[in-house]
Design a protein around this ligand. Sequence first.
Ligand code: SAM
Ligand code: SF4
Ligand code: SF4
Length: 339
Amino acid sequence: MTLKDQYERPLRDLRISVTDRCNFRCPYCMPAEIFGERYQFLPKPQLLTFEEIARLTRILVRLGAVKARLTGGEPLLRQDIEELVAMLAAIEGVDDLAMTTNAYLLPQKLDALKAAGLKRLTISLDTLDDEIFRRMNGGRSGVDKVLAGIAAAEAAGYTPLKINAVVQRGVNDHTLVELARFFKERGHILRFIEYMDVGNKNGWRMDEVVPSAEIVERIHAELPLEPAAGNYFGEVARRYRYVDGGGEIGLISSVTQPFCGSCTRMRLSPEGRIFTCLFAVEGTDLRGPLRAGAADDEIEAIIRATWGARIDRYSEIRSSLTDEVRDRRKKVEMYHIGG
Ligand code: SAM
Ligand code: SF4
Ligand code: SF4
């Protein structure tokens, strides 16, 4: 029987965060003043091993998951990540295996990832303006590094790529048309993400959110667009095609046009907790039972109970929360469960 939550949503996608560490310090995710030299990231013994991740994935596939995406933190910082890719690629029922990365380490990792069976790549790049980009990653990288990663991905045949750009008013919103034009010419799918109030550390304010409708208007004024039909149930991005036939963009509008009704994603944290929402307060521990010798059926029962009880729809209720209530809610951080 298909596993459904309290709102009849099936479990389809699995986001696997393989590390809580990152080589960038994007202020909207891991502000450098909080995640400094002395910040205590998870010690290695607390991370799920690749064998543990693969075992959980096999169980989750039995429960309906057909897509897996590796994320983080920065997934390329996890040592020998290609070994995990190979293990997941070998699981029957994982139809799609993807990774979201900041691309800094991609050129040196790409051959191994491809050989291991990684199918698709999403690369994050918020702007082509080098000074603004440095501000948006805490001074850790210039645009050139990410473009080198993109070039390597193109050469390895990962086309079209998906490119994620977080939009923050007053920071990079005046550079979006340039970004759109650049990726239109290269045939990649640029997805604009509304700046979200994930976690409690990025100092999110509603007035920094640029609504997707405004983003579409701004692009449309220079590069005419028309709405395109969605690809599948649970797709998070609303799609728009360029009228001249030159590709498409996506809008991920968690703030102004929430899509909780079709949210089929489960998130696995680096230390083995499952979260049923990006804005969850708590997760359910699977590492404890795994390491205590639980059988697959017992783990499956825990996952069934967790998903079966799921009532998350944070983005749909966000606007009804006062700033104070929202700020008091202790949410899991983005760098921890990976977007
Ligand atoms: N480090 C990798 C990267 O940046 O691509 C993967 C993990 S990152 C948490 C996944 C995605 O979440 C990135 O595309 C990032 O831009 C996005 N993200 C992080 N914080 C966000 C926020 N506050 N609002 C919207 N998107 C955010
Ligand atoms: Fe690192 Fe990605 Fe978060 Fe930026 S968005 S700090 S690259 S995990
Ligand atoms: Fe899914 Fe939670 Fe985002 Fe709604 S707020 S779309 S339930 S992750």
